[in-house]
Every structure is written in structure tokens, then in C-alpha cells.
Write a protein that binds this ligand. Structure first.
Ligand code: IMP
Ligand code: MG
Length: 171
């Protein structure tokens, strides 16, 4: 498997994102929301590099369809436990592909009246977008390649890899 972003490159970029986020959220009541499962490693590194105190919570989403293909129909299978009304919410996601997942979650969470809602994604496959969605913080823009590692999976495998790698032979 070919390494696309090494652990050192990821660490440096996470530190840069955390510095930017820390400046933007200074003095605010920050709730960081991770999308399970893919975001868990990125989020763990990010919140430890952010200097603003935060609360954390998770959502788990499912999209109908299978394999590496996303469909437009997304639903929540595990909801937040924290009440986010009036809070500054930062969603953390591993990768934006078609944009359906984040377009859905953004809409659902905005209905709960947070003080603000932004998205931080480690990776962004901009050319794959089908639903209009732009993240506020992006680690790396990537071409249309299937990647695994650092939390990202293929069929629940490879999440444990410390580097982001390209998985070849995915349709
Ligand atoms: P979207 O709704 O198409 O933006 O889907 C985003 C989700 O698809 C991510 O949270 C990942 O779970 C999955 N995904 C998309 N591209 C990749 C990839 O290259 N590797 C692993 N998972 C991916
Ligand atoms: Mg995911």
C-alpha cells in the first residue's frame, strides 16, 4: 500500500489546524462532535492539540447503500448526548466525498440552534461532490483515490494504520 500522508505530515497538519481552531474559538463554549467511526483518531489528536477547553460528543450515521459508494439517504443511528443549543459546535469528519453525509448532519444539527456550526475534515475529495458542501477547516485536499488508515476503513479494515494510504483496486 502506498503512503499518501505519513504520520509526520498528518501530525504537522493537525497542529496547524488546531492552532487555527484555537484562535477562532478562544473564550467560547466549544463542543466538538465526531462522526463515528472514521473520525475517532483524527478527533483524538485534534482535541489534544486545541488549547481551548471543549466538551466532546459523537454521532454515528448510516447511509443506505453499500461498499465505498455513498447514497443520498443518510440517517442517525447514534445521536448526540449533549444539548447543543447555544453552543459553538465543531463537527469533525474523516473525509468528505459526495458531501451527502455532512450536508445531512449540518441540516439536522442547525435545527437545534447552536450558536455556531462549523466542520473540520481531515481529507476532502472536492471533485467527487454531489451535494454542495464546503468545510470550514480541511487538512488535505485529495484526488479521487480510495484511502485508508488513521481511522479510515475499507470494510472495517485498516483503521489502525498510522499513515493515510491509498488502497488500490477499489472500483
Ligand atoms: P459522503 O457522504 O460521500 O461525503 O461520504 C463520506 C463518508 O464516506 C466518509 O465518512 C467515509 O466513511 C466514506 N468514504 C468516502 N471516501 C472514502 C475513502 O477514500 N476511504 C474511506 N472512507 C471513505
Ligand atoms: Mg465515515
Amino acid at each position: 500500500m502506498e503512503i499518501l500522508f505519513s504520520r509526520e505530515m498528518i501530525r504537522q497538519r493537525v497542529d496547524e489546524l488546531a492552532a487555527q481552531i484555537s484562535g477562532d474559538y478562544a473564550g467560547r463554549d466549544l463542543v466538538v462532535v465526531g462522526i463515528l467511526k472514521g473520525a475517532f483518531i483524527f478527533m483524538a489528536d485534534l482535541i489534544r492539540a486545541i488549547t481551548v477547553p471543549c466538551r466532546i460528543d459523537f454521532v454515528r450515521l448510516a447511509s443506505y447503500g453499500s461498499g465505498s459508494l455513498s447514497s443520498g439517504k443518510v440517517r442517525i443511528t447514534k445521536d448526540l448526548e449533549i444539548e447543543i443549543a447555544g453552543c459553538h459546535v465543531l463537527i469533525v469528519e474523516d473525509i468528505i466525498d459526495t458531501g451527502f453525509t455532512l450536508a445531512f448532519l449540518d441540516r439536522v444539527l442547525r435545527e437545534r440552534r447552536p450558536a455556531s456550526l462549523k466542520v473540520c475534515a481531515l481529507l476532502d475529495k472536492k471533485e467527487r461532490r454531489q451535494a454542495p458542501f464546503t468545510a470550514d477547516y480541511v487538512g488535505f485536499a485529495i484526488p479521487d483515490r480510495f484511502v485508508v488508515g488513521y481511522g479510515l476503513d475499507y470494510g472495517e479494515q485498516y483503521r489502525f494504520l498510522a499513515d493515510v494510504c491509498v488502497l488500490h483496486g477499489i472500483p
